[in-house]
Design a protein around this ligand. Structure first.
Ligand code: GDP
Length: 528
């Protein structure tokens, strides 16, 4: 174990780039992922990523929900190699299957790529995911997609990013024309043009130029497009934010790339620059201070638990982000919460189509561990010292439902199901103050469906769910809490650990409550 020399080990860690793509449904995340994997040779044919969504798990009954709704419940990790880098893309479920998992996955990423549809601009789901990334302070890169369609003016898009998200931007390249007239992008960093040619605009040619006023550009475009390109870029040179790598690293400035994923246009420029600028695995906070990825002792934390990925065995997979050191198949590690030593015998890594047994992995990588039911979200594993990583954030639920167990004799199984499903982070569970109402809280509708399905199939409990009209929740803390002050369009409940939580029907109800309860703290996360 740990045979690798320090030099090779450092090289391995520094090769790694682990990121998540954040976007609103239909912005083109699947298409972009596919193209990136193609560059890495991880898949041979475009279309494979979609295929994965539709058919990979078709035989699994767990995936019935997925099949019925034609969406992807699994969020996994795809690894590929490109130009000396090991790239890990964390797939964040983004459609109707948006859930707390999507948020939690971001805790395992070192940077994020924000994908925006050029016609639609910054959309709701992007905003939510962006906020989580911003709170973590990770670098955020922007890819403005679908430039082959008539979209918004590039300056308007940058302004929207700055106004809506509050992050400064630096365009790394600039479109020459747009929609049907799109004939290329000018790469500001490498001073070259990437040209979009051919009858169907499907040939891509890269040419070095001396600047944006180069004759080469003039000759391949119309006078009008050449002039507006020059005007735009002069304006950016004079009035735009300067490129400041420190700000990029702090998540205060986002490098912006324009392109068209479906045409593979601008994708390589993006990938090349992204890999140069994206951070290597970052240190993580723990009870023993910062844990550096270059510490050779293995450590990591579980950020996601996925049940029944393999229909043959009702298995659960715990996804672990390696924070430091080297992982070797079969190694023994300490499971910090229980104090037990466990052997990591069949760890897995995920390619676009396949799961492979992994022999070795390094800080920055994500591995999947078979979980016989011992892991909880946020669990830490380490070989030396009792490293415990900081607790993963909890996200305030936005959808609520009352649960009724149809057969009272099944209450015991229900409790067992609640224990496990809340550990996995499937739903959050609350009880009314009187104790007679069971309430579930989620951030995405699919979580309810998964809960109902698994209660029935895995625990044999039939339930009824009745949607409640609450939309917001806050953990509340005070010396004295007066339930009578949480009556109007709101309700006071207990979470699983017995903390008080207030549920509100709308912003107004929440504000009223805040005004009435001046000595009470309203928290987005449970008190530590
Ligand atoms: P996701 O929901 O974000 O994963 O989006 P998809 O990758 O499934 O893409 C949504 C739709 O947009 C599909 O019909 C894609 O073919 C289309 N699309 C993706 N990228 C582009 C692009 O660059 N230009 C155009 N015109 N369409 C695109």
């Amino acid at each position: 174990m740990n045979q690798t020399s320090k030099e090779t080990f450092d090289q391995e860690v520094n090769k790694r780039r682990t990121f998540a793509i954040i976007s609103h449904p239909d912005a083109g995340k699947t298409t972009l992922t596919e193209k990136l994997l193609l560059f890495g040779g991880a898949i041979r044919l475009a279309g494979t990523v979609k295929g994965r969504k539709a058919s990979k798990h078709a035989t699994s009954d767990w995936m019935e929900i997925e099949k019925q709704r034609g969406i992807s419940v699994t969020s996994s990790v795809m690894q590929f190699e490109y130009e000396g880098h090991k790239v890990n893309i964390l797939d964040t479920p983004g459609h109707q299957d948006f859930s707390e998992d999507t948020y939690r996955t971001l805790t395992a990423a070192d940077s994020a790529v924000m994908l925006i549809d050029s016609a639609k601009g910054v959309e709701a789901q992007t905003m939510k995911l962006f906020e989580v990334c911003r709170k973590r302070g990770i670098p955020i890169f922007t890819f403005i997609n679908k430039m082959d369609r008539e979209g918004q003016n590039p300056f308007d898009l940058l302004e929207e990013i700055e106004n809506v998200l509050g992050i400064r931007s630096f365009p790394m390249n600039w479109p020459i024309g747009s929609g049907k007239q799109l004939c290329g992008v000018y790469d500001r960093h490498a001073t070259r043009v990437e040209l979009f040619q051919g009858d169907n605009h499907d040939e891509i040619k890269v040419q070095n130029v001396s600047g944006y006023d180069d004759e080469i550009i003039k000759n391949i475009t119309t006078d009008y497009l050449f002039e507006s390109l020059n005007e735009d870029l002069q304006l950016l040179d004079v009035a735009g934010d300067p490129f400041d790598y420190e700000k990029v690293k702090q998540g205060e400035l986002t490098p912006v790339f324009f392109g068209s994923a479906i045409n593979n246009f601008g994708v390589q420029t993006f990938l090349d620059n992204f890999l140069k600028l994206a951070p290597t695995p970052a240190p993580r906070e723990s009870n023993q201070g910062q844990i550096s990825p270059s510490d050779k002792n293995f450590s990591g934390f579980v950020f996601k638990i996925q049940a029944n990925m393999n229909p043959a065995h009702r298995d659960r997979i715990a996804f672990l982000r390696i924070c430091s050191g080297e992982f070797d198949r079969g190694m023994s590690v300490k499971h910090i919460r229980t104090g037990k030593n466990i052997k990591l015998a069949q760890p897995q890594q995920f390619m676009a189509q396949d799961r492979d047994i992994v022999e070795q992995a390094y800080a920055g990588d994500i591995i999947g561990l078979f979980d016989p039911g011992i892991f909880k979200i946020g669990d830490s594993l380490s070989v030396k010292a009792n490293i415990e990583f900081d607790e993963l954030p909890t996200f305030p639920p936005e959808l609520f439902a009352k649960v009724i167990v149809k057969n009272a004799l099944k209450n015991k199984q229900f409790q067992k199901g609640i224990e496990q499903l809340t550990d996995e982070g499937t739903v959050q569970y609350f009880q009314s103050i009187s104790g007679d109402e069971k309430i579930l809280g989620v951030v995405g509708q699919l979580q309810f469906e998964v809960f109902e399905y698994r209660m029935k199939v895995e625990y044999g409990v039939d339930i009824e769910l009745h949607r409640l009209s609450y939309q917001l929740s806050r953990w509340i803390q005070a010396d004295q809490i007066e339930p009578s002050k949480f009556r109007i369009n709101s309700q006071l409940v207990f979470d699983k650990k017995g903390n008080h939580v207030a549920l509100f029907e709308n912003e107004y109800a929440m504000r009223t409550s805040m005004e009435k309860n001046e000595n009470v703290q309203f928290l987005e996360n449970p008190p530590q």
